[in-house]
Design a protein around this ligand. Structure first.
Ligand code: GAL
Length: 480
């Protein structure tokens, strides 16, 4: 397929989605399509604080969704006339939170935090505006339209790190709130460094997730006398054995538009190691000429050869479910899959088990979900109360055990966390850390769009040369 056709294939469903959204008038106003962003003149190195000299605006276009994203703004509050919070300018007492947390686990964590908020702020109508699609592939496009139409939600989900550069025009600094609440005293240094953009902090992190985890079905492994793979070679040995038994070795999604790029970052880390992997996202296009880049793409293609063929029809949670059901042996996904498993009443180490993704033991690909305060937020007082809750110990200890993530604070109550999360807390403290490209720690929204799309196309056509070229061409978008 020609390059032009490949992009047409991606953009056509996107256009349809945007038209549909406009027609529905859901949470998205019918603003114009995203335009090109301003370019930060300094490319931030992903593992250190980002420092653009120009505020970047987002350029997100959603990765090709196969169905229309559904804005699901839900009014969560019940009638509670007794307001304790001052009404906003319009006289309403509301709070609108925008995220892409719709699946089991992630939606439960959000609900747990909103429950605390509602208890502490009776009378505030909490609007849970969610747009389905993991990694925000759909939500970010809807959000972009709202921002450009001057209709921001009060607070929205942003990955800490480089992705925040994509919203600098739209967010208010929260540095003072951080100091007032003492968040700067209790959050890990790595995270504080990542949040610091030219001396200001713009978002409050609620968690730390790990991307490079291989989840497996322990019963399937036991029945077939298999050990979880430690290296890429082990992976292929195990995959071959499972295939011989008629079990799908690796469950991979694609419907959410990020599942292949998610898998790829683990393979890149295994191939480049923790020192060189971040350089792939440092803005140096020559990194993609390193023979290890082509090698990693080859490995990814080989892994996909052991995956289900209906990838584009399955979301990440459907792939996780295949493992839980014993229909597939393994899946490589972030630990929101742990939250999903638990939402299905599955027990760690009984119904599912985990190891670092092959070849990455001792390295933790981190990402962090954080929330900002919109410039011109319709309900700033209510939003401030939300942000304080997000960064607080009670807020994080209510959210993270359900979300499958560890707290973004060092003083959490560990007894509230299950076996997997206790392990992850320990690993985060001792492992080498590498930033996620797929989930915004190392990349801007503009780059993520290229990245997700390129990998989803590859998941379908397995054209190694085309993928390498597309990724090389995408490098300048790290600065948009
Ligand atoms: C990530 C996000 C996680 C989880 C995941 C799947 O980008 O950081 O919290 O929501 O997408 O939706």
């Amino acid at each position: 397929m020609s390059q032009a056709n490949r992009w047409l294939k991606i953009l056509a469903p996107l256009t349809a989605v945007m038209l549909l959204l406009a027609a529905c008038g859901g949470t998205a106003p019918t603003g114009s399509a995203p335009t090109t962003a301003a370019v930060p003149t300094t490319a931030a190195v992903p593992t250190t604080a980002a420092a653009p000299t120009t505020a970047a605006a987002p350029t997100t276009a959603a990765a090709a969704p196969t169905t229309a994203p559904e804005p699901t703004a839900m009014l969560e509050a019940t009638a509670m006339p007794e307001a304790t919070t001052a009404p906003s300018a319009g006289g309403e007492i509301k709070l609108e939170i925008f995220s892409w947390w719709t699946n089991g686990g992630e939606a439960d964590g959000l609900a747990a935090m909103m429950d605390i908020y509602k208890k502490d702020n009776p009378g505030v109508e909490v609007i849970n505006a969610t747009v389905a699609g993991g990694a925000g592939t759909n939500a970010k496009a809807v959000l972009q339209t709202r921002l450009q139409g001057g209709q921001p939600p009060d607070s929205w989900q942003v990955h800490a790190g480089r992705e925040t550069l994509s919203y600098l025009d739209n967010l208010q600094p929260l540095t003072q709130l951080f100091k007032d609440e003492g968040f700067d005293k209790v959050m890990p240094k790595l995270l504080l460094d990542q949040l610091n953009i030219n001396g200001e902090i713009y978002t409050v992190p609620v968690n730390i997730h790990r991307s490079n985890i291989l989840w497996y079905n322990p019963k399937v492994f036991k029945d077939n006398n298999l050990q979880p793979p430690k290296t890429l070679d082990d992976f292929f040995t195990v995959a071959e054995a499972l295939k011989a038994k008629g079990i799908t070795p690796l469950a991979v999604g694609g419907h959410d538009g990020f599942e292949a790029s998610h898998l790829f970052e683990s393979v890149l880390l295994a191939t480049f190691g923790p020192d060189d992997y971040p350089k792939l996202f440092s803005g140096d296009a020559a990194m993609w000429d390193d023979p290890r880049a082509a090698q990693a793409i080859g490995t990814l293609g080989k892994m996909l050869g052991y995956a289900n063929n209906d990838r584009s029809a399955l979301g990440w949670s459907d792939a996780a479910q295949l493992v839980l059901d014993g229909k597939a042996g393994m899946t490589i996904m972030g630990d929101w899959a742990e939250g999903y498993f638990k939402s299905k009443k599955a027990t760690p180490n009984t119904d599912f088990s985990w190891v670092a993704s092959p070849g990455t033991d001792g390295i933790f690909i981190w990402l962090s979900d954080s929330f900002g305060l919109a410039k011109g937020a319709p309900h700033p007082d209510q939003a401030n109360a939300w942000l304080k809750l997000l960064g607080s110990k009670p807020g994080q200890d209510a959210f993270n055990p359900k979300k499958g993530s560890i707290p973004a604070r060092t003083d959490a109550d560990k007894s509230l966390y299950d076996d997997y999360l206790k392990w992850s807390i320990d690993q985060f403290a001792t492992d080498k850390l590498a930033p996620s490209a797929t989930h915004g720690a190392a990349t801007t929204n503009a780059y993520q769009t290229d990245w997700h799309n390129a990998l989803e196309v590859f998941s379908a056509d397995l054209d190694e040369k085309a993928l390498l070229q597309t990724l090389k061409d995408a490098v300048p978008d790290l600065n948009k």
